[in-house]
Design a protein around this ligand. Structure first.
Ligand code: SAH
Ligand code: SF4
Length: 379
């Protein structure tokens, strides 16, 4: 099978080119064509030597996930359903806001961690996405939005019509779609490197966020190898409740998770951790829970992002009433913790947090046997 060039980060492409006797600058040229101009046709990479182009045509390809559905919500949120083969599909969502455009991308087909309130988790797990499938979501979204540079035009320019059209520019990427990014560590880090690379997407580390349910050893690895902004899905202030809501907690309990967050901050591009906290009616949303949380995060510089629970069929939870979310936020803010409540976006196209379902052929046969494969997921 031909090599998918989207699977390579810069170091990988340079090494592959070296094997063909090509210099590193050739790899960088090709990277720019692929990721800055969105060019998938080798023949059109005009400054690449003709002989190299011919070799690429023979040995390589640019394999992108196929788009099965493209839906835009009333609030401008746009969701793509991407076919990743064998009956699996993943989703990716663009969220335009006044001063930024955020792309939320998926890292696995399904998720093995089975958090109690998550639609992706409920579907079971099929496989990790490749680097090409992860970066392919960003590639695809930029193409669809017209956010790639125009080849032939002055370097660095986008098409004129997007200049004043912030709702078509991807300024931030969050790994908060389907799957647990840190359970697919290698492929995710290669994709992150492309997002940060000046010859590729050139995003700042502060504008790329990994969201994790708390796989402690992988948090440490990310800190050392590719620190970006970190969001941790907390959802409970004590181990008893968190064990129930986020089963990976049994393996990496809160004390260890808080210690990992502190270590991460030593190298993080941001000086705080974002804690995500889904508000579940009558489960984790009382005033006492808020006070317990303040004690838990005492030594971790952090911000809180409260997420009103987004329902899906047979979820078994309800969204906390707005008044209770406000009170919860108030208590945290009185303790000087910056707290925001996430606006629900794209609900009419099922694009809100936790609603991404895609289509997953569950290989864990979760429907038949509800044992949790924590060891498997974290390995
Ligand atoms: N696996 C990673 C990233 C994907 S989930 C993680 O768990 O962090 C992204 C965020 O959506 C997480 O904070 C997750 O807890 C939250 N989420 C999951 N299901 C949700 C739901 N039904 N309503 C609101 N938020 C949800
Ligand atoms: Fe997986 Fe995150 Fe959903 Fe938990 S919340 S099941 S870790 S995608």
């Amino acid at each position: 099978m031909k090599h998918n060039l989207l699977d390579f980060d810069a170091a990988g492409l340079i090494a592959w080119f070296a094997g063909m006797g090509e210099k590193p600058f050739r790899a960088k040229q090709v990277l720019r064509w692929l990721h800055q101009f969105g060019e998938a046709d080798f023949e059109r990479m005009s400054d690449v030597a003709r002989s190299l182009r011919a070799q690429l045509v023979e040995l390589a390809e640019v394999r992108l996930p196929q788009v099965m559905r493209d839906a835009t919500a009333a609030d401008g949120t746009r969701k793509w359903l991407l076919d990743v083969g064998n009956g699996n599909a993943v989703e990716c969502v663009f969220i335009p806001e006044e001063n930024r455009g955020t792309l939320c991308i998926s890292t696995q087909a399904g998720c093995a961690l089975d958090c109690a309130f998550c639609s992706t988790g409920k579907q079971g797990f099929n496989r990790n996405l490749t680097t090409g499938e992860i970066i392919g979501q960003l590639w695809w979204a930029k193409k669809a939005l017209g956010d790639f540079r125009v080849s032939g035009g002055p370097a660095g320019r986008r098409p004129a019509e997007t200049d004043f059209c912030v709702e078509r520019i991807i300024s931030n990427v969050v790994l908060m779609g389907m799957g647990e990014p840190l359970a697919n560590y290698e492929n995710v880090v290669s994709a992150l490197r492309l997002m940060l690379d000046d010859n590729a997407y050139g995003l700042s580390r502060r504008r790329v966020t990994v969201s994790t349910s708390g796989i402690v050893p992988a948090i440490d690895r990310l800190r050392d190898e590719c620190p970006v902004a970190l969001a941790v899905s907390l959802h409970a202030p004590n181990d008893t409740l968190r064990d129930r809501l986020v089963p990976i907690n049994a393996k990496y309990p809160l004390a260890e998770l808080m210690a990992a967050c502190r270590r991460y901050l030593e190298k993080s591009p941001r000086d705080f951790i974002t804690f995500e906290y889904v508000m579940l009616d009558g489960v984790n949303d009382s005033e006492e829970h808020a006070r317990e949380l303040i004690r838990l995060v005492r030594e971790v510089p952090c911000k809180f992002n409260l997420i009103p629970f987004n329902p899906f069929p047979a979820a078994g939870f309800k969204r906390s009433p707005a008044q209770r979310v406000r009170r919860f936020a108030e208590i945290l803010m009185q303790a000087h913790i910056v707290t925001t409540t996430r606006k629900t976006r794209g609900e009419d196209i099922d694009a809100a947090c936790g609603q991404l379902a895609g289509q997953v052929r569950d290989r864990t046969r979760r429907g038949e046997k509800r044992t949790i494969t924590i060891a498997e997921a974290a390995s």
